[in-house]
Design a protein around this ligand. Structure first.
Ligand SMILES: [Zn+2]
Length: 332
């Protein structure tokens, strides 16, 4: 899959395959590296606007919304810069650890019930609207903004370092936490929320084959983690707004469970691939090649040694600051 993407770039990057909702990237855990050989059928891929070779230095331009397939329902509108996601972007039955770089043009059949719901999703007050079930790939702030997301923490070593970097740059981010990690480190969860960041449920066990499991199993994965994170954050916290399935392994049922409990299914549009620890320069190159205004960037503050992530983040934020980006959150 990676070769496909690189080949695409080498050919001139006609279309940056923003792996949006393809949401195939696995998150963080090392076992995926061992199972990455399989090639499951690729999920749908949203072909994005032509890539800018230097997204961080180009003039501000709002990304154009890609054309949705004719069969796809229209995603909620109203936020410039929000990437639109056709229905059926959820990986329904792919093997874990596969398909990080889906081949452009491949599309699996849209599972039943994946229609995006047209309910308001732009920063509503909690409890006032029905949370949409479609996978969110848009951000709240229009224009030259980016939403940073960090998965698999909180981690007592790396999360504080990520928070320090963010603070130096006055950057806000969203932290997709593993329930037991939050329970083990409530101090970190509260430090995150106290700094104005948001929280995202990232399940209990980080099972990247969640979509193959029973509804009961998934309810526990999603809701038990929600409880653990909420408890760690403390009563009255209102920063837990999203659910990101491990490995992006969403199914209609998983999305329904999450949305039914106020958690917007959350995807990404830029996969830093930091979990592979390819080196700081490689992480930065990957982000730079895919990033554009309105991006949701996937990185990791847990799941292993994140020293490369921390160093890459420092440079990335320097560049984003210089390029005039602001930091926002994914739309709910
Ligand atoms: Zn993850």
């Amino acid at each position: 899959m990676a070769l496909t993407t690189r080949a695409t770039r080498a050919l001139g990057a006609v279309a940056a395959v923003t792996l949006a909702g393809a949401a195939l990237a696995a998150c963080g855990t090392e076992h995926m590296m061992r199972s990455a050989g399989a090639t499951a059928s690729a999920p749908s891929v949203r072909a994005a606007a032509p890539a800018s070779p230097s997204a961080l230095s180009s003039a501000p331009t709002a990304p154009s919304a890609p054309s949705a397939p004719s069969s796809a329902p229209t995603a909620p509108s109203g936020t410039p810069g929000a990437a639109r996601t056709p229905a059926g972007t959820a990986r329904h039955d792919a093997a874990p650890g596969t398909g990080r770089r889906p081949a452009p043009g491949h599309r699996t059949a849209s599972p039943r019930g994946t229609a995006a719901h047209g309910t308001a999703v732009q920063a509503p007050a909690r409890g006032t609207v029905v949370t949409a079930r479609s996978i969110q790939h848009g951000v709240e702030a229009p224009g030259r903004s980016v939403a940073l997301t960090f998965d698999d923490g909180p981690d007592p070593v790396w999360t504080p370092k990520v928070l320090d970097v963010l603070a130096r740059h006055h950057a806000k981010a969203t932290f997709c936490e593993i329930g037991p990690n939050a329970r083990a480190h409530p101090d970190l969860v509260r430090r995150i929320t106290a700094a104005g960041h948001r929280l995202c449920d990232h399940s209990v066990h980080h099972d990247e084959a969640q979509s193959r499991k029973s509804e009961e199993y998934n309810r526990h994965e999603i809701l038990d983690a929600q409880s653990e994170i909420s408890r760690a954050a403390g009563s009255g916290d209102t920063s837990l707004w999203y659910y990101r399935a491990p490995g992006g392994d969403f199914s209609p049922s998983i999305r329904a469970i999450a949305a039914g409990h106020g958690l917007r299914p959350l995807g990404w549009t830029v996969d830093s691939d930091d979990w592979r620890r390819p080196g700081v320069d490689a992480i930065l190159a990957t982000v730079n090649s895919e990033l554009k205004p309105g991006a949701i960037v996937l990185m990791h503050d847990g799941g292993g040694d994140r020293s490369q992530t921390v160093r890459a983040l420092e440079t990335l934020l320097d560049r984003l600051d210089t390029a005039g980006y602001t930091y926002t959150f994914p739309q709910r």
